[in-house]
Design a protein around this ligand. Structure first.
Ligand code: GDG
Length: 472
């Protein structure tokens, strides 16, 4: 029977070694939850890096056996591959370019060559596991070349690709020295999916101008075969977030946190440490808010959770220092014995703590400079039930296309961000609830299961359509 193979840079578990014993910690990421019910079914399989460098072949063998029982299969990467493929080309070349920070992009032939070699490594591992009629669904910017590598060896396979980050405009994409090779890699898929219509439009424009293939209604005609490009805005596991937020455990935590911040309006900010998330810009806007609205002193607290990320990459180290310094400066300037304007946490928390933060936040301040989608803002809305709350959301996040009841802002416009904070903190409760419930309705419906369902349906449709095109 044909099976589905999901491929992503990382497996949905994190491998750890404690006192010589291997442990497998499940990932709580949106993708893992969304695809969880599918990859565990029948002979389906998830292929990816288990999150730890393992060099000993016997250990590798043992890990493969352990993972096999959970419908997973490992791709092992060396220290050098992690440095050059993951930290290097993926996160120092592609990530900044695709997020419109091309001034941060490193163009290094060695990093590119390792990127090609690692994509080939994933391809080889998949070929050991795949049958010609299997469906293969590849995820994200670390594996842009994989679809064509697989297509060469499995010409009739059904191959999907989904990009979780933005696809930049042609004017930015064309800066990459390997722009042609990257597009050649992506068009090997039958269906290329993006979060938004704009990402899709940018991709089609680059394919047209760099590869010379035009398109009609999202179909790219490559001569010998055709592929479809479409947008699929990713949802969250709505019920999971709503249920956790309603649990006694979370309510208890919220009460404890609230007691320590009594009489305070809470503005919440949660992201991975990343320059695309606009953390320093958000802090500067909060500082200006305190300057312009002294009546809010001792009445508002910014609870800011920053999750450590990619700390081996230079730009991220610099950003950490900048954020530390800004928080220190603002707290130094405005703190009282009884009030710290910013409560700053640089660590990751269990989902129950996150949920308690969502519940107690009067305002969620989600202001990325660029974001493929952004799930934090959706999780905030899902955690609110019938409670009031206001979402301030950047226009540059994919999610802004769906959440039009949020207060939408341009994160570069500091005055607008300040005004939006004031508006949010003074908005009548009825208005808050009305906006919240409209967003909840839409997120409940277009949840992660819906996303997986429509992507898979569309992929099947493409295969059927291709067959009818070939015979007509
Ligand atoms: C990429 C794209 C796109 C955060 N802190 C903790 C924690 N989180 C969880 C959140 C949320 C996830 O991490 C972050 O997701 P985002 O979508 O906001 O951002 P990226 O990580 O950059 O994700 C993005 C996404 O892929 C999906 O396609 O939306 O645009 O950049 O789920 O809840 N989870 C736990 N503890 C924390 O401290 N457990």
């Amino acid at each position: 029977m044909a099976k589905l193979i999901i491929v992503s840079n990382r497996l949905p578990v994190k491998l750890q070694e404690k006192e010589g014993k291997m442990t497998y910690k499940p990932s709580e990421g949106g993708l893992a939850t969304g695809l969880g019910s599918i990859y565990k079914k029948d002979d389906n399989l998830w292929i990816g890096w288990p999150g730890m460098v393992v060099e000993n072949p016997e250990k590798q063998q043992q890990i493969a056996v352990d993972l096999h029982d959970e419908n997973m299969h490992p791709v092992f990467l060396t220290e050098t591959e992690i440095r050059e493929f993951y930290e290097g080309f993926s996160n120092e070349t592609l990530w900044p370019t695709f997020h419109y920070f091309s001034q941060y992009a490193v163009y290094d032939q060695q990093l590119w060559e390792t990127y090609v070699a690692v994509n080939q490594k994933y391809c080889d591992v998949i070929l050991e596991q795949a049958e010609p009629e299997d469906t293969i669904w590849i995820h994200d910017y670390q594996l842009l070349l994989l679809a064509s590598m697989l297509r060469e060896r499995l010409p009739d396979a059904t191959i999907g690709f989904f990009l979780h980050i933005p696809f930049p405009s042609y004017e930015v994409f064309r800066l990459l020295p390997w722009r042609k090779e990257i597009l050649d890699g992506m068009v090997g898929a039958d269906l290329v999916g993006f979060h938004t219509y704009d990402d899709m439009r940018h991709f089609l424009s680059s394919v047209n101008r760099i590869l010379g293939h035009g398109s009609m209604h999202g179909w790219i005609n490559m001569g010998s075969r055709s592929l479809l490009v479409d947008s699929f805005p990713m949802g969250i596991d709505y019920d999971k977030y709503a249920e956790i937020a309603d649990s006694d455990e979370v309510k208890k935590r919220e009460k404890v946190y609230r007691n320590n911040l009594s009489d305070q309006k809470i503005v919440l900010s949660i992201d991975r440490l990343d320059y695309s998330k606009g953390i320093p810009q958000r802090l500067r806007a909060f500082e200006l808010f305190l300057e312009q609205y002294p009546e809010f002193h001792e009445k508002v607290t910014l609870v800011m959770l920053v999750v450590p990320s990619r700390d081996a990459v230079e730009k991220y180290k610099e950003l950490k220092e900048e954020v530390d310094e800004l928080v220190g400066r603002i707290n130094g300037r405005y703190s009282r014995i009884t009030w710290n304007p910013i409560q700053y946490f640089y660590r990751s928390y269990p989902i129950e703590t996150l949920s308690a933060f969502y519940r107690m936040a009067d305002v969620a301040l989600v202001t990325p400079m660029r974001d493929g989608m952004n799930l934090v803002c959706k999780e905030y809305v899902a955690s609110k039930h019938n409670d009031p709350g206001v979402l301030i959301l950047s226009e540059m996040a994919g999610a802004s296309k769906e959440l039009s009841e949020a207060i939408l802002i341009n994160p570069n416009d500091i005055n607008q961000v300040v005004a939006s904070m004031h508006k949010a903190l003074t908005m009548p409760e009825e208005e808050q609830k009305a906006c919240m419930s409209r967003m909840q309705e839409s997120l409940k419906r277009y949840n992660i299961h819906h996303w997986v369902g429509i992507y898979m349906d569309r992929l099947n449709y493409v295969k059927i359509k291709q067959m009818s095109m070939a015979t007509s």
